[in-house]
Structures are given as C-alpha cells and as structure tokens.
Design a protein around this ligand. Structure first.
Ligand code: GLA
Length: 644
C-alpha cells in the first residue's frame, strides 16, 4: 500500500517538471530546522572565523595532484625550496602542505609519524614529531600545512589500498583520523608541532559504512555515513558540521594567538556551503580534480555559481591547481592559462599541484603572472560573478577594490573557436565613460567596439581582461559590485536533488537556483538575485548606504510573504506575486540588510529579488544617474509599491 506521505507533486525546474515526494520535503524541512539551530548555536560553539586568516584566497603548494601518496619530507622540502628559489613565495605562494600518508599509526592520543618518509620526525627518545619539519619550513619563511580526516579513518585506506604509506597496526591503531581525539590532535598538531593550516578530509565519515566489504571483513570499524555520496539527501549536515565545529574549536584553543587556517574537504556535499563558512576559511565544492579539461570545468562550475558565499576569510575551493599537469602541461599552454584564469577570477585558493622542480619556463610564467594573481588576491575579496553562459561561451566578471575596475574572463569551454561579446553595461560599467582594457596574459591594451567588449577565442582559450571604466550609475552599487558583502542563510527549503551534478545553488546573482537565467521581462536581470524559497540573504551595508531599491517577485507562479529587515527591524513586508513591484527603502545607518524570501510552497520553491540598487550615503542629492528619486524613498517601516 502506498504511503500517503509519499504523495508526489511537482514544481518547475530547468530540466522540466520535477516530481518530489512530500516525505522527502518533510525530511528536508527537518534538516533545515536543525541546520538553523546549529547555526544559532554555532556562535557559542566555535569562535568567529573572520580572524584575519585568509583575508585573501590562500596560496601555496600541495603534493597530492602530482605525487598522490608517493612522497615524503625530502620531496616536500625540495618543492618548498623551489618556491623560495623562484620567488613564488614572494608572489604569495606560502603554504606548503602535507596531504594524506604521513602517519604510521595512532597510539591512543598520539600519532606516530612514518619516519621512513619523514626521517627528521624520529627523535632520540624514540618518539616522533613533525616539529623539526615545520621548523624547516618556517625558517624558509613559509607556512606549514597538515592533513587529517574528520572521521576515524582516512581516504587512502579506502581508495588507495595499494599505497605503501597506509597506517599500520591493529584496527584501532590504524584509526589515524581525528574522530574522538579533537583535543589531543589539536594540541599535537598546532600547540606542539606548530602547523599553520590543516586540510580536514571526510572519507572517514563517508566511506566506512557497515556494508563496505573491508568493514565487513573486519579491517575497519563501521561508521554510519554522515555523507551519503550518491544520495546527498540522506547526508547528515547537522552532525557533520558538529564534528567540524568540535575540531575547529579545539584547534583554536590549541593555538589562540594565530589560529590555523582550516581547509574543509567535504567535496561540496552535505550542504557544506551552509555551515563551512562558520568553521573554515575554505571548503571544497566538488570531488577531486584530475588533470583533464572536463574535470577542471566541472570543479570550476561547482565553485563559480557560489559567488555569494565567498569573501575575505571564506572561500569556495574548486580544488588544487593542475597547471603543469596532464591536459594543462607544456603542450597545452592555452588550456593551462585558461585554468589559471578561471581560478583567479572566482577567487579560488591558488594551491599549486605540479612538480615545481620539473616545471618548464612557460608553466612557471603562468603561475607567476603578477597581474593574474592580483585579480585573485584583490583585498575586496569579491568572487567573480557569472554574467552569461551560452553554448561553449561563458563570461565571468570580478569587481575589484577600485570603483569602476572589473576583471573579466571570457571563456571558451569548447574545442572550436568562438566569438564572445558582452555589453559594458551588463558588466556594471558606463557605456558612455572612458574605458581602458588590458589583456592580463599578453600585457597589452586591447581595443574594443563602443560600449562592448568583444573577442575571438581559440578552443579552450580564456581571455582575462582588466577593465578600467566608470560605474554604470554614479554612487549606486549592484550585487555584482560587492558579492563579498553578502551572506546566505537557509531557513526553509532544500532542493530534493541537490547533487553536485545538478548544481542547485541557494542564491546567486542573475540566475535562479537551478541555473535558469533570472529574467525581468525579456531582459536578463544582472542586478537581481535568484534564491530558494525560505532563504535569508544578508547584505553588509555597514551604514554606508542611504537607500535601496528592489523588486521582490515570484519568478514563475503563486504568491508568498516576503520581508526586508534592517538590523533586525522590518523595513518592508508584503505579499509578492509574479508582478513586478519596485520598493524603495530608507536604509540610513543600517548595517545589515536582510532579504527574507517567502516560505516554499508546493508550486513555488524559488524566489527573485530583482534589480537591487544600493545608493551610497555619501552621494550628493543633485548628482545625476540615481534610479531612486528622493520622493519615492519610503520612510522607515513604510512600503511603497510602484508598478512598472
Ligand atoms: C581525498 C581528497 C583529496 C586528497 C585525498 C588523499 O580524496 O579529496 O584532495 O586529500 O583524499 O587521499
């Protein structure tokens, strides 16, 4: 007999009508409530993560992409020496990380290092310590990174059984992951050994279920998965976040003066964007990269759509660079530059993954391009925003600190030449004002047709340009000018099929959660946000703005109650429908603006905040170009509807 709670209903998605069972929605609603509870508790549980660490995207080197598990101290130190010899450290590449494979076994609350590959760890008293190794890196002016797993066991134990560097001993001795040992491990790794960064992987809470053959054979203890890789809706984000919070709290306690940089490796699973920014400075958004064009694009996409989650101290991580490897090697310099451009424009951590000792001068030139690195490291911390995507062409724009300055990447994802063009206005710049355009790979000025940027692109080519122009509207900012000032919280709805492949995104500029373009009439609304129903979008206005105009709207059908709050006070509320009603709000002295979307209903799971235009307080009243006439600025708590 069918369960009435499984009654199906449908909602529109990019891929057509989607069937969802009510039971699944109930599960999602419960999950969401617990995530909210967790976030509310989070403040007490872990200290605020904005501690100045990773104010710009972290840069460094990691052995995994090129060496897998087959490396040790000598290899790492010689790569570190290359960083300093080539001056890459002075360009920002400072974190030198150890990945999986450094341990021999766990002895209760201590971990024994595999001294066959880390000989300096063997101390005269018979104990082991990575402190001498860390000291060597520090003496070179570099920072040292280490690796653990949030579960009992580690990725290599499950996925690389042939590795010579797997933990040894009894079932318990081989449990080198940090589960159940947060305090002791943090004291060892940070207070005692002095590491500056830790990558915290998650295979231990994903891949050791009771039905796994090796678990059944008694090689490992069973761990009920908190990450259900193939069935993301069955993952347990609340418990997973609690585990990360516990370790991070211990890490901060163990190193109160300079907290370590926390790199969360949960592959974009278990709603990592909802909680990771609280506990880590970077979090993976997808599975492991491999040195192929296809894999690189997949990982790029997983981070590129999430611009509103990133900012100083919190970065989407599409994984380490493959520049110099495989399809991005010396024979594929166009693709290598494209890969580097893409990571730069989306403010991704730049963690090199190639063998620096065997790198050709052309590859070295790519990773050492100062202008490209400057795009990535801009202090405003804005992640580039997708402006358009059609066929193989894609355009991403990153607002730089200087007003009127935008970096743009024009990307050819395909294997045929294409032409791409974008209007300057769609990039948020004035078509009438002077515009200087520079190609950051050639270093040359580029001529452009009036009001547009247009280019031809070879297969797999990305052109990375710096545009210096005038803002489209004087003293008015749009979301794409300041994505780092946004934060995204979720109070109600989870897409039932948010697999990495589906790329469901809670909130983004110019697109709805399933990737449909956000349309206003027949125009793509580059100044609007597409969000999930039940979401709450925070914008740090910091008292710098005087008014905000926007139009809350149901993108497809139905109606629902929305709210706009300023520092917790209701500035506007009402019922949004598919009609466009512009609101103008007085936000003088408001530090945090919050846009609260209607709760989800059967037919309406997405919502739109159209044309968000934020007028700076310092702007004089008689300057031209303001889309918010003074008379239409509503008083506090008052809402004015203006039909368009
Ligand atoms: C996982 C991570 C990788 C790497 C390996 C090591 O797969 O995602 O980045 O750390 O484990 O085994």
């Amino acid at each position: 007999m069918s369960n009435p709670r499984d009654a199906a209903f449908s909602f529109p998605t990019l891929y057509g009508q989607k069937q969802v069972t009510r039971r699944r929605l109930i599960i999602h609603a419960k999950l969401c409530l617990s995530v909210v509870a967790l976030v509310a508790n989070g403040a007490a549980h872990a200290r605020p993560v904005q501690n100045g660490t990773a104010a710009t995207p972290p840069m460094g080197w990691n052995p995994y992409n090129v060496f897998g598990l087959d490396y040790g101290e000598e290899e790492v130190i010689s790569q570190a020496e290359m960083l300093t010899t080539l001056g890459l450290d002075r360009l920002g590449y400072r974190y030198v990380n150890v990945d999986d494979g450094w341990w021999l076994r766990r002895d209760g609350d201590t971990i024994r290092v595999r001294t066959s590959i880390y000989p300096s760890a063997a101390l005269p008293d018979g104990t082991t310590s990575l402190q001498p190794f860390v000291n060597r890196l520090h003496a070179m002016g570099l920072k040292a990174g280490i690796y653990t797993d949030i579960g009992r066991n580690i990725c290599s134990q499950r996925w690389q059984p042939g590795s010579p560097n797997l933990p040894e001993g009894s079932v318990r001795e081989r449990e080198v992951g940090t589960y159940g040992h947060h305090q002791a491990d943090a004291a060892l790794l940070f207070a005692k050994w002095g590491f500056d960064l830790i990558k915290i992987d998650a295979c231990g809470v994903a891949d050791f279920a009771a039905d796994v053959a090796e678990v059944k054979q008694g090689q490992f203890r069973a761990f009920r998965p908190l990450i259900a890789r193939e069935r993301p809706n069955l993952s347990e984000p609340v418990e997973l976040a609690r585990q990360y919070a516990g370790f991070v709290d211990a890490a901060w306690r163990a190193s109160p003066s300079i907290p370590p940089l926390i790199s969360i490796c949960a592959w974009g699973q278990a709603d990592v964007n909802d909680w990771a920014p609280k506990y880590g400075q970077m979090w993976r958004t997808s599975f492991d990269i491999s040195p192929t064009w296809r894999s690189m694009l997949f990982n790029f996409d997983s981070s590129a759509a999430r611009a509103l989650f990133a900012g100083p101290g919190r970065w989407n991580d599409p994984d380490m660079l493959e520049v110099g490897n495989g399809e991005f090697d010396q024979r594929n310099l166009i693709a290598a530059r494209a890969h580097m451009s893409m990571w730069a424009i989306i403010a991704a951590p730049l963690i090199l993954g190639n063998d620096l000792r065997r790198m050709t001068p052309a590859i070295a030139k790519i990773i050492a391009n100062r202008d490209v690195i400057a795009v990535n490291q801009d202090p405003a911390g804005n992640q580039g925003v997708i402006i358009s995507k059609s066929g193989d062409g894609q355009i991403v724009a990153k607002a730089m600190s200087r007003p009127g300055r935008k970096a743009i990447a024009l990307i050819n994802r395909g294997r045929k030449p294409i032409a791409l063009s974008v209007s300057v206005a769609d990039l948020g710049l004035s078509p009438a004002g002077a515009l200087a355009v520079h190609d950051l790979w050639t270093g040359h000025a580029v001529a452009t047709p009036p009001g547009r940027v247009a280019t031809r692109l070879a297969p797999q080519e990305t052109r990375l340009l710096m545009l210096d122009g005038q803002p489209l509207r004087q003293a008015i900012d749009m979301p794409a000018d300041m994505p780092a000032r946004f934060d995204v919280a979720d109070e109600g709805y989870k897409a039932p099929d948010r697999t990495p492949e589906r790329q469901w995104v809670l909130a983004s500029i110019g697109f709805l959660p399933y990737g449909e373009r956000l349309m206003l009439g027949r125009a793509h609304d580059h100044a609007g946000l597409g969000v999930a129903a039940g979401s709450r979008i925070g914008i740090d206005l910091n008292g710098e703005y005087q008014s905000v105009s926007l139009a809350p709207r149901m993108p497809y059908t139905g109606s629902g109650r929305f709210e706009v709050r300023g520092d917790g006070r209701v500035l506007a509320k009402g019922v949004a429908s598919t009609k466009v009603h512009m609101l103008s709000l007085d936000v003088r002295n408001v530090r945090k603006l919050e846009l609260v979307a209607p709760s989800p209903t059967r037919s309406a799971t997405t919502f739109a905040w159209h044309r968000i235009l934020m007028k700076r307080a310092a702007f004089s009243a008689n300057a031209s170009g303001s889309p918010i006439p003074a008379k239409s600025v509503a008083g506090r708590g008052e809402v004015r509807h203006e039909d368009r």
